[in-house]
Design a protein around this ligand. Sequence first.
Ligand SMILES: N[C@@H](CCC(=O)N[C@@H](CS)C(=O)NCC(=O)O)C(=O)O
Length: 120
Amino acid sequence: MFIIRWILGQIILLVNLLTLPKKPKLTAEQQANLAEKTQNLSLYHLNACPFCVKVRRAMRREGIDLELRNIKDKTAGYRDELIANGGKATVPCLRIEGTGEQVEWLYESSDIIEYLKEVD
Ligand SMILES: N[C@@H](CCC(=O)N[C@@H](CS)C(=O)NCC(=O)O)C(=O)O
C-alpha cells in the first residue's frame, strides 16, 4: 500500500512539474505589495499530496510565495503544531496570523485557493 501511494505521489509530482502553470508578470512594486499582504500566511503541506499540489499550483498562478511548512519535517515539528493548534493533521492547511494573538487555521484546498485569490 505504501509503495502504491509513493508511486502515485511521484506521478503527481512529475505531472505537476511537466505542466507547471505560468507565474504572472508582476512589477517589483506589485511583488512587494503581495509579499507584504501574505507575510502572515504559511502553508502546512506535504510534497506529493494532490490537494497540496493543487494549492501550490494556484499560488504559482497568483504569484504568491508563502512559507511552506512540510509536516514530514520532524525537526521542525510542524505536524504536531498543526494537530495541536488546527485540530487535525490534514493538509493542506493555511495558517493565517491575524492581528494580536489571533490565528486561524484554514483547511480544505478549495477554500485556501479562494482565500488566496482574495488576498490581492
Ligand atoms: N478535502 C481536503 C482533502 C485533504 C486530504 O485528504 N489530505 C490528505 C493528504 S493528501 C491528508 O492530510 N490526510 C491525512 C489526514 O487527513 O489526517 C482538501 O481538499 O484539502
